[in-house]
Design a protein around this ligand. Sequence first.
Ligand code: EPZ
Length: 420
Amino acid sequence: MLQSMKIEGGHRLEGTIEISGAKNLALPAIASSLLTDQQVILHNVPKLTDVASMLGLLGYLGCDVSRSGDTVTLCTKDVINVDAPYDYVRKMRASILCLSPLVARCGRAEISLPGGCAIGLRSVDLHIRTLILMGANVSIEDGLIKAYAPNGLIGCDIDFPKVTVTGTENALMAGVFAKGVTRLINVAKEPEVQEFAKLLNLMGAKISGIGTSVLEIEGVEQLHGTEFSIIPDRIEAGTYAIASAITHGSIFLKNCVYDHLQSFFTALQQTGTTIQNRKDGVLITNDLDTIYPYCIYTNPYPAFPTDLQAQYMVLMSVCHGNATITENLFENRFMHAQELTRMGARIYIDGKNARITGVPSLKGAPVMATDLRASVALVLAGLAAEGTTIVNRLYHIDRGYENIDDKLRSCGAVLERVGQ
Ligand code: EPZ
């Protein structure tokens, strides 16, 4: 039987939660170590199954991987494989982040096409387009992306028709050794992407324009090793901010960087939640007896992050009034809604809009997790609901939330894992 989480709702959460390193920076940072034969040392790397999967893939490709606490040391003296088999990719679509570094370093790569996932088609056409524009020969055969650039890549202007986080990260890695200058236009500006560009520069790349919509990469001969610390995970922090708000509690998010969540905190303040930016974290308190409705729509950074949409929907499901949530990034990221209605939420899905009518309280029930952020949203619902909630298929959660049981219990949550 798969693991489940049994949650006894109705407890006000209070205390301190230390925010771990950002999953969505750790993953590209690990992949970037393929770009050098020297040692790359990463600190504050979270213990997550997605990180373990990426480290396993790097080991398969020829990287020496070692871990001590939250420090990971990587060194790929020689690449021994240039393919990422489906078995790795199906577990974690971020394996696509090995595509460009393998082409840049070895002149070729064969990466299994990542399937879609629960939240949508998740195409990688823009990753492939970048390599083609830079002179690689790319074909899709037998479910594999086969990319060849035996004479290296050529710098050029690449205008992204859509903002793509890992697409930007793959394009940066394609540009570091390209001949001439590569200009990326309409890039993702998420803090993780900005930090990733800084990591590549620490390794000897020449990237300018970080934080703007246009990144310019001047090709260099090689990159060297470095040491780097992963920034705190803003999505983990936002998730626990909602845990505080929905239980009318008070949680100090240690290490949370307020500026990485401005749009989210602005919305949360409108719900009646108090947000205090301290020097080493952010204090989230809601001592009202109500949650005010506030409509949001998701968009690329710095707008409201899609990875906090499901969690915010839980908060709106117990608001005093009506609220609409618009999901602009993924075509199927409302899977949590039907599970929440099983707990008494009143949510009507109309295309990319979720129209929510707040109810006084959710009722505990057995529910099914479908993807990483939906699963943690159901845990939040269980924390606030009357009675007991069982969240099934818990493996989704361990992909992105380090020690979630202990972190929540330390603030007074009553929960336990059941099943093997
Ligand atoms: C990253 O995924 C994150 N994952 C996702 O977090 C996050 O939800 C997403 O960015 C948006 O912020 C990692 O960083 C490992 P995109 P990514 O390319 O890069 C379309 C989580 O919960 N698109 O920015 O795969 C795509 O379908 C995960 O931690 C194309 O059409 O997302 C989507 O509609 C979930 N063609 C939109 O762009 C492409 O080639 C944004 O996707 C690439 C993307």
